[in-house]
Design a protein around this ligand. Structure first.
Ligand code: AHG
Ligand code: MN
Ligand code: MN
Ligand code: MN
Length: 306
């Protein structure tokens, strides 16, 4: 039988606190998966009728996922600080333990149309206001045709698939490595004329001339998951409206950059490696370029000629 998540964690030589914390995250996301799978029957589709600190219209499932994660993580006794996309301030839970930043429900615009969404988490030893390179662990759960938990503890990337019969996350992808080069690019081209960098438009045209295909789900978790497995490049660039891009550093860009680099890929804001950015504000945004080494290096070459 495939190795269950908890057994895998015990094999990694990490401390018991971290094992317990990761298990809490896994059980919270299993609960969220259950709500996602029946959302239409639970009356949790649609808007919650409020606006969050991001200025976004909060969906009912954003709120529910946030409550489930806060409940589990506050009570596990292993956490000192919690940062959520849906909570304005950093929550101080205790004086010791790990700090977790999370996006409880990523891809909210896809909830009501039954397209893959996810949960993203980033774990630091004391504060989440540190460079991404100092993450202790990072990962995501994608609620897709399969529910998968993809994670790195700093020595490669592994994937677990939720087995509906046993209710366990079982090891299904023991070593996720990103192809050196892909043939897919992923960017919201509706914003093309607003991108701050004209050289980015030339890079996208270069990819089209080189027979790349385009895939864009609109849930970062889904677009990054495909990029991890198939290679290629995912970009959410700065534009006239979002001068630092749209994606948040602490619970979207940093954890995904950690996974991408651990899988052999690269990530950048366009001017520096995402893992080297020192956070200044809890919900700060950064432009995101991530994917296979070849495409990311080529993109940075184009953009440097700016
Ligand atoms: P969230 O639902 O957590 O607010 O994140 C949505 C993000 C991310 O999932 C995705 O990559 C991006 O929004 C899509 O933005 P556009 O619809 O502007 O392309
Ligand atoms: Mn949101
Ligand atoms: Mn998100
Ligand atoms: Mn979200």
């Amino acid at each position: 039988m495939a190795v269950p998540f908890t057994a895998y964690l015990f094999q990694q030589g990490i401390d018991d606190e971290l094992i317990l914390l990761l298990n809490e995250i896994a059980s919270a996301t299993k609960e969220i998966a259950g709500k996602v799978r029946k959302a239409g029957l639970l009356g949790v589709l649609g808007s919650a009728g409020k606006t969050n600190v991001q200025g976004e219209e909060v969906q009912k499932l954003d709120e529910l996922a946030n409550e489930i994660l806060l409940e589990n993580l506050k009570n596990c006794g292993k956490v000192c600080q919690l940062t959520s996309e849906e909570v304005e301030d950093c929550l101080i839970v205790s004086e010791s333990g790990y700090s977790v930043a999370f996006d409880p429900l990523d891809g909210s615009s896809n909830i009501d149309v039954n397209v893959s969404i996810g949960t993203i988490f980033s774990i630091h030893r004391d504060s989440v206001m540190r460079r991404g390179r100092e993450q202790v662990a990072a990962g995501y759960v994608i609620y897709g045709p399969s529910t998968m938990l993809v994670m790195s503890l700093g020595n490669g990337v592994v994937g677990f698939t939720l087995d509906p019969e046993s209710g366990n996350f079982l090891l299904s992808h023991p070593e996720i490595r990103m192809p050196e080069k892909g043939k897919i690019y992923s960017i919201n081209e509706a914003n093309r004329d607003k991108w701050t960098s004209g050289r980015l438009r030339k890079f996208i045209d270069f990819l089209k001339e080189n027979k790349y295909t385009q895939r864009y789900v609109g849930s970062m978790v889904a677009d990054v998951h495909r990029t991890l497995l198939k290679g290629g490049i995912f970009i959410y660039p700065a534009d006239r409206k979002n001068t630092n891009g749209k994606l948040r550093l602490l619970y979207e860009a940093k954890p995904m950059a950690f996974l991408v680099e651990q899988a052999g890929g690269l990530s950048s804001t366009g001017s520096e490696d995402i893992l080297d950015v020192v956070p200044k504000e809890l919900h700060q945004r950064v432009p995101v370029i991530l994917g296979s080494r070849w495409e990311v290096e080529k993109c940075l070459e184009f953009m440097k000629e700016n």
